[in-house]
Design a protein around this ligand. Structure first.
Ligand SMILES: O=C(O)c1ccc[n+]([C@@H]2O[C@H](COP(=O)([O-])O)[C@@H](O)[C@H]2O)c1
Ligand SMILES: Cc1cc2nc[nH]c2cc1C
Length: 346
């Protein structure tokens, strides 16, 4: 074992599940009539171990990192956009900035390995392993020591966060390549099926991207180990998210999962500790093609299907009020008995 993990306990508890289902069924509504909101309420109740769950001090953490593979032309945008967008997150002008503010979600940005030196800011955490990964078409993106350092950084970061709900977002030009590579390596999906336009490559660009990603798989032979896959094909922001997810799950926080890159980190975390998945809610289905394969592999049912493909945690921020509605329904709706409504259908 190369990682010190806090214990993650199995959440399956048939009594609590039955109590939650009873509480939901006794609310003043025809059975099942709140549809997916009822399912969401049950899942949150299971994670928070309560028939009256309260989600407190929601946190959005955006993990940023640069990718050596970008020099091979796998993205429609230049590497500098990573640090420029970090500045935009901190200045309050990015999608995730305005959506987090709209919903009262605290925003922290983490420099996990951006090729830029930032001036210190209150909302910026610097956990820089190195200024960008190595080009994984030539060999491993990071050393195992760097990979473990990034995971530890993520664990440490979450230990210091308030609240019981964590949204993860990311920023990293080139990181849809890592997401496709991790999916191909960990679940055997063909790169042709799971590689997409990312920030906006045209179809020739996607073909070139696939060819480069094939080189990356060939340059990093499969050892059958998820940590090796992460170190050789991932990114610093992805590895830091893996640590954050493992820690958040160990603390029974609700994990609201964003798009294809965040989900690629979850693929790795779930190989290390499958019970992480018991704490996850999936905000949306990304328009990036690999995401559908990831969701299937994880047996995940996303809340929204809006063709979003921005990342940053934007999908999680938009889905957040649905989680609040699910908790409000469980806590505040009257039951047939308390409201004096006849609950027997004729
Ligand atoms: O989250 C998603 O599903 C998603 C899909 C496509 C692109 N992105 C974002 O776009 C960037 C990566 O795209 P690319 O083309 O540079 O690999 C990175 O900053 C991600 O946040 C994000
Ligand atoms: C402008 C821009 C904003 C982003 N946010 C997340 N990834 C991004 C990529 C680009 C190019």
């Amino acid at each position: 074992m190369r990682l010190d993990l806090d214990p993650v306990l199995d959440l399956e508890n048939a009594e609590l599940r039955a109590a939650l289902q009873r509480a939901i069924d006794q609310k003043t509504k025809p059975l099942g009539s709140l549809g997916a909101l009822e399912h969401l309420a049950l899942e949150i109740g299971m994670i928070r171990k309560s028939t009256r769950p309260v989600l407190e001090q929601p946190q959005m953490v955006v993990f940023a990192g640069d990718h050596g593979l970008v020099k091979r032309g796998v993205s429609a945008f230049p590497q500098d956009v990573t640090w420029q967008m970090v500045e935009n997150f901190l200045a309050g002008g990015a999608a995730v900035s305005v959506l987090a503010k709209q919903h009262g979600i605290a925003l922290t940005v983490v420099d996990c390995g951006v090729a830029h030196d930032f001036a210190p800011r209150e909302a910026l955490r610097v956990c820089k392993v190195a200024p960008g990964t190595a080009d994984c078409s030539q060999g491993p993106a990071m050393t195992m020591e760097q990979c473990l350092q990034a995971i530890r950084n993520g664990q440490e970061l979450v230990r210091g966060l308030p609240g019981n709900a964590l949204m993860l977002g990311e920023m990293g030009i080139g990181n849809t390549s890592s997401a496709s590579l991790l999916l191909a390596r960990l679940h055997g999906v063909d790169l042709v099926d799971c590689t997409g336009a990312g920030t906006g490559l045209n179809s020739e660009g996607v073909q070139r991207k696939i060819a480069v990603l094939r080189e990356a798989l060939a340059a990093n032979p499969d050892t059958g180990d998820a940590l090796d896959a992460l170190a050789s094909l991932g990114g610093f922001e992805i590895a830091t998210m893996v640590g954050a997810m493992l820690q958040a799950a160990a603390e029974d926080r609700v994990l609201l999962i964003d798009g294809v890159i965040v989900t690629s980190a979850l693929l790795v975390a779930a190989k290390i500790e499958p019970r992480v998945l018991q704490r996850c809610i999936y905000s949306h289905r990304s328009g990036e093609p690999g995401h559908q394969y990831m969701l299937e592999a994880l047996k995940a049912r996303p809340l929204l299907d809006w063709g979003m493909r921005l990342g940053e945690g934007s999908g999680a921020a938009i889905a957040w009020p649905l989680l609040e509605s699910a908790c409000t329904m469980l806590r505040d709706m009257a039951s047939f008995a308390s409201a004096g409504v006849d609950g027997q259908a004729v």
